[in-house]
Write a protein that binds this ligand. Structure first.
Ligand SMILES: *Cc1c(COP(=O)(O)O)cnc(C)c1O
Length: 416
């Protein structure tokens, strides 16, 4: 076993928690979250105004958001309720990036009241925003979509040409001119062109494109570019043999591109922003479940007390999530299982044909790397209820940071 993924909790810890916290639940590791955030800030410490705006949609929990805010992060919101969540915990102003699309007027109104930085997804949103809030903010950002394919060394990573987001290059120039005429004084550029990347070249390649665009925009429109937002997209290794992005190497490579393109253009004061979600939380959360059934038909099945409503990624994208059985970390993986939830959908499988140790009902089954886009993508199909979220504190104590839903929560929006 050359490649191993070890859970950050032991069977003994899970057994001790079992009295107070029934499975399934999400568990997050505060210490690791803080360490990772500090590494990111260190990697970009060469840039004076650097700021990570945590993509709230990845893990919208106040306890997690507070931890990241304490580490110097702002928040990237995409909707009214995500803005309200920030408002509730006292985060506002330039600590918020509002990167939405197909945006309702109400969302723009709140973003403006909170003095968030607004990132416009479309050129028509200029008029829409002006009509909605009565003016154009002094600081405003525009989202760029170059179209075509996003390639690194002739390898296609993603196809922005098929993505609904952002403005074309000619629209970016036009948008900057219109915004400047309407009173904008400080401009930002944003682009999100590939997701869950494992290479260290994604940010530097993106930065090269955006920095060149920034120079052109500045030279042609006279706009003062205050910041460039590289947004999300740095990935995590979901598989045990997957590659971990080296954030120090990434930060240094972005610095070189910055020195090469922005500094000679007299733009050495541009701030670099990021909007990472998965990279900030993914590896530092897991879904803790229990096996409740073994089923022997045409295949061998293990039924868990969690289902796709608790973690949608495997059902939705066929995403791989590593699984370990607590206390059997070193046992031979000599059983071939499908690991299922109880939805009336045959894609409700956390793993298909996975070699694992023998699993008995009552075993704790840990689903790894679910700290981001895990609980937050939950839903209530089949009347399933969303689980609790727990935080393993730096002091080793576990606290509940979201209770599990109850049937009453499920009924509360209904008229009887
Ligand atoms: C989802 C999203 C992010 C975060 O993406 P990750 O893959 O979690 O890093 C950042 N910015 C925007 C606009 C997003 O939609």
């Amino acid at each position: 076993m050359e490649y191993m993924k070890k859970p950050f909790v032991t069977k003994a810890q899970l057994e001790a928690l079992d009295k107070d916290f029934p499975t399934p639940y999400y568990l997050y590791d505060e210490k690791a979250i803080r360490q990772n955030a500090r590494r990111l800030n260190e990697a970009f410490s060469w840039n004076e105004g650097f700021k990570e705006y945590f993509a709230v949609k990845a893990t919208p929990n106040p306890a997690i958001m507070r931890i990241l805010h304490e580490e110097g992060c702002g928040m990237d919101c995409s909707s009214l309720t995500e803005l309200m969540l920030c408002q509730r915990i006292g985060i506002g102003g330039r600590d918020i990036m509002f990167s939405s699309n197909d945006t309702p007027a109400e969302d723009f109104r709140l973003a403006d009241r909170m003095e968030a930085i607004i990132n416009l997804d479309d050129i028509t949103h200029i008029d829409f925003l002006e009509k909605t809030i009565g003016r154009i903010p002094e600081t405003v950002s525009c989202r760029f979509n170059p179209g075509g394919y996003f390639e690194i060394s002739n390898t296609i990573m993603d196809s922005p040409g098929d993505a609904k987001y952002g403005m074309t290059k000619p629209q970016m120039f036009q948008a900057y001119r219109i915004l400047a005429a309407k009173g904008a004084r400080e401009f930002g550029i944003h682009a999100f062109l590939a997701s869950n990347t494992s290479t260290d070249d994604y940010y530097p390649t993106l930065a090269m494109q955006l920095f060149r665009l920034a120079v052109e925009l500045h030279e042609e429109t006279g706009a003062h570019i205050g910041f460039i937002n590289l947004s999300g997209g740095i990935g995590i290794p979901y598989r045990p043999d997957g590659r971990t992005a080296d954030i120090m190497v990434i930060g240094e490579a972005v610095r070189r591109v910055y020195e090469q393109i922005l500094v000679p253009a007299g733009m050495g004061d541009v701030k670099i922003f990021t909007e990472l979600g998965r990279f900030m939380l993914g590896p530092y959360g897991c879904l803790v479940t229990k096996a409740i059934h073994q089923k022997h038909i045409h295949k061998e099945y293990i039924g868990l007390d969690a289902c796709a409503c608790n973690l949608m990624r495997p059902a939705m994208y066929g995403a791989y999530h590593h699984i370990t059985v607590a206390g059997k970390e070193d046992a031979p993986c000599d059983h071939l299982y499908d690991i299922t939830g109880g939805l009336c959908e045959n894609n409700d499988k956390f793993a298909v044909d996975r070699w694992l140790p023998y699993i008995a009902p009552g075993d704790f089954v840990i689903i790894h790397d679910t700290g981001a886009h895990g609980h937050s993508m939950g839903y209530n199909y089949n009347g399933k209820l969303r689980s609790a979220e727990l935080l393993l504190g730096e002091d080793g104590q576990v606290t509940m940071i979201r209770r599990a839903e109850t049937p009453e929560d499920y009924f509360v929006t209904l008229e009887f």
